[in-house]
Each structure stands twice: as C-alpha cells, then as structure tokens.
Design a protein around this ligand. Structure first.
Ligand code: SF4
Ligand code: SF4
Length: 292
C-alpha cells in the first residue's frame, strides 16, 4: 500500500549525551568559523553526539550539488560548480582545528568530470596525510560510472585507511533506487581497488527497508565477500521527505542481529548492523584494530 508505515519504537533520534554536548558545540563552532559543513549536521544524523564525541566526522567534498538524483537521497540535484582547488588545504586546516581522530571523506557524484573527481579525492587524502600523520582517513567514494579504470588508477596514488563504497541495496532494486548505477560495476570497484592496494581495508554499506528480502540481502553480503570486502554496515532506510522513495518495511532489531551474525560467519572482519547504523557510524571503533 502507499500508506505510510508507522515508525516503530526503536527508530528514534538519540540526543547527544551530556559528556558529548560540549564537544559537539565546540566542533560546530569551529566548522562555522571555517565555513565548512559536515554531512553529520546536514543529514541531521542521529549519531552526531557520539561521533563528534569520539572525534569522528564526515565531510562532503566537491560541492553539494549532485549530477544524479537517487530517490532515497536528500542531496540537491543539478549542475555542480567548478572544483575548489583550495579545498584539500582548507579541509586539512579544519580537521586539525577540530582535532579529529577519524575523518570520513565523501562526495556527490560528479559525472560531469572526466575522472569523476578521483584526482580531487586523491589530493584531499594526500593533503590530510601530509599535514596530519596520525589521522585515520576513510574515503566513501561514488561509483565513477564509465570511468572506473582511470578513477582507480588515480585513487591508488594515495592510500586512505579504509575505502568505502556503498552498494546501498540489492540488485533487483537498483533500477528503482539507484538509477544510473550498476551493481556489478560497484562490486568490481571494490575488488579492483583491494587488488591494487592490499593494505587498505575495503568496506561497503547497505540500507534495508526498500522491499528487499533477507535472502536477497544475504546474497549481496556473499557477493561482497567474493569481492574481498572486509567491513560492512547495514542500517534502516528512513524517508528524508514525502518526495523520496517510501519505506516498505522497518526491519526489527532481531533481524539486524541475524544479519550481523551472518556477516561474521561469512568472514567480514567487522559488521555494524542496526536500525540507526549509517555508513560512517562508529567508523573509528570499527577501524580501531587496523594497523597502518
Ligand atoms: Fe557523521 Fe557518520 Fe557519525 Fe552520522 S554516523 S554523525 S554522518 S560520522
Ligand atoms: Fe545522493 Fe550519491 Fe545518489 Fe548523488 S549519487 S543523489 S549524493 S546517493
């Protein structure tokens, strides 16, 4: 039915804990001073208190206008602006001022750029590495449709600690939920990057609640393992507005637990599975055991 599902009790925003409040305010102030915005704030992420409290934040590079229009996503669609060549330096300064320990760098899709923005990603990682040697860096990259080979070669010129690329949903729902994306191409991206940079941990994320079955989800997880992916996040899709694709089902905490257990059985080194898990949730804790 088109009727809106009622949110179950386990879907609730977590208020920052008192001990994290101070840090949240401090980090927000620094970002305002530097004129930067985190995905954490823009997406009103329910984990903001925890993540900022741990010194983790996610930033979007290459602007805030995307060349695609995925029906689950709240990012503005349109013609992006030219790349800001000062962005790597500017971001490094901000991360330093915020004293972050773990940073997730993501971007909109830039189908307008010859390399999809891979060189810019590499510039950002290189700048962060050079100015902040102890910072852990996770890149959450788009699919570089139609330019995967050149993008991979460019991305491999720098090494984040973790390379994340989200499959988002099961292949049957790609046409509806990820138009323009290709399931196998995303798997190939992950596998090929791992082959080029064996020391970088690879990671992927899935949303549930779009109509997929448990078995379909488990098959995607097996596919990820078959493409050497090591870390996994699984979280509930929530509809950003009535104009976005609807929630078909709220997965129960028990089902998330089953997914987690199945993931460990398949050999993922780390699985974060829960209603409020986001692709960068507890990224710092997940990656804690990784050696440089
Ligand atoms: Fe930010 Fe990701 Fe943490 Fe949410 S889960 S607050 S987006 S780092
Ligand atoms: Fe959102 Fe990414 Fe889709 Fe762009 S490509 S609309 S940023 S999910």
């Amino acid at each position: 039915t088109a009727e809106k599902l009622k949110k179950p009790r386990w879907i609730k925003a977590k208020l920052p804990k008192a001990k994290d409040m101070h840090r949240v305010t401090e980090l927000k102030n620094i970002m305002r001073e530097k004129g930067l915005h985190s995905v954490c704030e823009e997406a009103s992420c329910p984990n903001l208190g925890e993540c900022f409290g741990h010194g983790t934040a996610t930033f979007m590079i290459m602007g805030d206008i995307c060349t695609r229009k995925c029906p689950f996503c709240d990012v503005t669609h349109g013609r992006p602006k030219a790349l800001d060549t000062n962005e790597p330096k500017h971001l490094a300064e901000t991360v330093q001022a915020m004293k972050l320990k773990y940073v997730v760098i993501t971007s909109v899709d830039r189908d307008d750029l010859r390399d999809g923005g891979a060189q810019h990603f590499t510039n950002v990682v290189t700048e962060l590495r050079n100015s902040l040697p102890s910072l852990r860096i996770e890149t959450l990259v788009p699919d570089f449709r139609g330019r995967l080979s050149i993008a991979l070669e460019t991305l491999a010129q720098s090494a984040p600690d973790v390379l994340n690329h989200n499959l988002e949903t099961v292949p049957r729902l790609y046409e509806e939920a990820r138009p323009g994306a290709d399931y196998q191409a995303s798997l190939d991206l992950l596998k090929r990057f791992k082959a080029m940079k064996p020391n970088v941990v690879t990671k992927s994320g899935l949303m549930v609640g779009l109509g997929e079955s448990m078995e379909e989800l488990l098959q995607v997880m097996r596919d990820l393992r078959a493409h050497d992916v090591e870390m996994l996040t699984v979280g509930q899709y929530l509809q950003p507005s009535e104009f976005h694709i609807g929630v078909k089902k709220y997965w129960t905490p028990d089902e998330f637990k089953q997914v987690e257990e199945a993931g460990y059985e398949m050999g993922f080194t780390n699985v974060a599975s829960g209603p409020m898990v986001r692709s960068s949730y507890h990224a710092d804790l997940q990656a804690k055991e990784l050696a440089h």
